[in-house]
Design a protein around this ligand. Structure first.
Ligand code: RFL
Length: 412
């Protein structure tokens, strides 16, 4: 990054890449770019404290673990024990253990909460001399189809900055600003609303032996580890419901009933929110010099744990493509970026949709009716009894299905 003249209080700079957003996508892209010797500036609207404490995902899938290994970053940025490869389905209180490791060689998934991954990516980037600027305001993008893009913003002390760059990585999530810099009509938004709400609760309560998905006539529930003494729980609820209609006693009663575990240990609830299960894909994921990465391009309903892992995938594809451009003057991977990422996005959307419908339709038949309830139960039955069905499920959970690594048409 070079700093140019300072004119009328405005700072003018130049960088190869400006990354907007310091979540999993932005910080992964920034770390991989630095590892490739490519200079970048990361601009984040929130404070470091806020960003590094936001709790969301809990599992880094096998593919992403191997991606960090390939970049020599796994020991630096991943923490937490390996996932033991077992997922528990509990249907009407009856337990079924499913092996969700795909059996391939190499490390498996890690139980690494999103905020821990973000903290470690932040530390690694700063230790590597990375340029990470918090509490920036009024980020706006210009000249995205010109010879150089321009990013303007105000730093925390109000100073206006202008950075010219070769590429902008839009890693600012679903409510960011980068996507809105694309002219109307360029992107198509493919949206799906499941018509299902979830209450999610974080609590200082013992984690389950294995990540647990429960199907019951009262509705879906889930229990996931988030550390040695903490857990995240999910409860299906009507869409649009407010979290304050779920006081602690109601939460624990519903969990005990739906998980079929009257002895479930309660603990202090530290966070509670409700949200609709929805999916969204923006196509293409690129406009000129802007590349949309992670939630800025797509939202996946949390069932199947794919949102953060897709963000890590996009960041890897983007960093490799920029590396090819800078090091080898080869733009083929940049041109293929959107197509390559969308192929995986749709594959993960399909898996997430399948699992979402299965665990909800199989339970409360007021949601979809008895016909769909029986179809969903047949899918679960097949998963619990057919090794081939279990293997296909494991491949998708691990993120290592062969389709993903098969070259897309525009690849070299
Ligand atoms: P993020 O994490 O939203 O980060 C975007 C960053 O951009 C900043 N930003 C801006 N910065 C500068 N200027 C602006 N104008 C800006 N506007 C925004 C924001 O402050 C923020 O720091 O997006 P990213 O990096 O693409 O990462 C995506 C993941 O966070 C997301 O997909 C996952 O959290 C989804 N998700 C889960 N994914 C999984 O893989 N497994 C899970 O188990 C899982 N559980 C979940 C989840 C999402 C949840 N929510 C959001 C409903 C559980 C929940 C409850």
């Amino acid at each position: 990054m070079t700093v140019g003249e300072q004119d009328l209080g405005e700072v003018r700079e130049s960088a190869t890449v400006v990354v907007i957003g310091a979540g999993p996508a932005g910080l992964t892209a920034a770390n991989l770019l630095r590892r490739s010797g490519i200079d970048c500036v990361v601009l984040e609207r929130r404070s470091r404290e806020y960003v590094t404490q936001r709790q969301r995902a809990g599992i880094v899938e096998s593919r992403a673990v191997r991606m960090f290994e390939a970049w020599g970053l796994a020991d630096l940025v991943l923490a937490g024990p390996p996932h033991d490869g077992i997922l528990e389905f509990r249907v009407d209180g009856e337990s079924h253990l499913v092996d969700d490791s795909d059996g391939s060689e190499g490390p498996g998934a890690r139980l690494c909460p999103q905020q821990v991954l973000v903290q470690k990516l932040t530390d690694a980037h700063l230790a590597d001399g990375g340029d990470l600027r918090y509490e920036v305001a009024d980020v706006c993008l210009h000249d995205l189809t010109g010879d150089r893009a321009t990013v303007r913003y105000r730093s925390a002390d109000g100073t206006p900055h202008t950075i010219t760059c070769a590429f902008v990585a839009g890693c600012d999530g679903d409510h960011g600003v980068t996507r809105s810099a694309v002219p109307d009509g360029v992107l198509t938004a493919h949206a799906f609303d499941h018509g299902i709400g979830w209450l999610t609760v974080l609590a200082d309560a013992p984690p389950p032996a294995h990540p647990l998905l429960a199907v019951s006539p009262q509705g879906f529930a889930a229990h996931f580890p988030r550390g040695p003494h903490s857990s995240r729980y999910y409860l299906q609820c009507p869409p649009g419901e407010r979290p304050d209609v779920w006081p602690d006693a109601r939460v624990w009663d519903a969990l005990r009933t739906r998980l079929g575990d009257p002895a479930l240990t309660a603990g202090p609830i530290t966070d509670r929110e409700t949200f609709p299960l929805r999916s969204l894909v923006h196509d293409p994921m690129q406009y000129g010099r802007l590349f949309l990465v992670g939630d800025a391009a797509h939202i996946v309903s949390p069932m199947g744990g794919k949102g953060m892992n897709l963000a890590l995938y996009d960041a890897d594809v983007f960093a490799r493509a920029v590396r090819d451009h800078v090091r080898d003057h080869d733009d083929a991977a940049l041109r293929a970026y959107s197509q390559r990422c969308l192929r995986r996005v749709w594959s993960d959307q399909e898996f997430s949709h399948w699992l979402t419908r299965t665990v909800h339709d199989a339970g409360d038949d007021t949601l979809s009716g008895p016909f769909l309830r029986n179809l969903a139960r047949a899918r679960l039955d097949r998963l619990f009894t057919s090794p081939a069905a279990a293997q296909a499920f494991a491949e998708l959970m691990a993120g290592l299905d062969p389709l993903q690594d098969h070259p897309v048409a525009t690849d070299r």
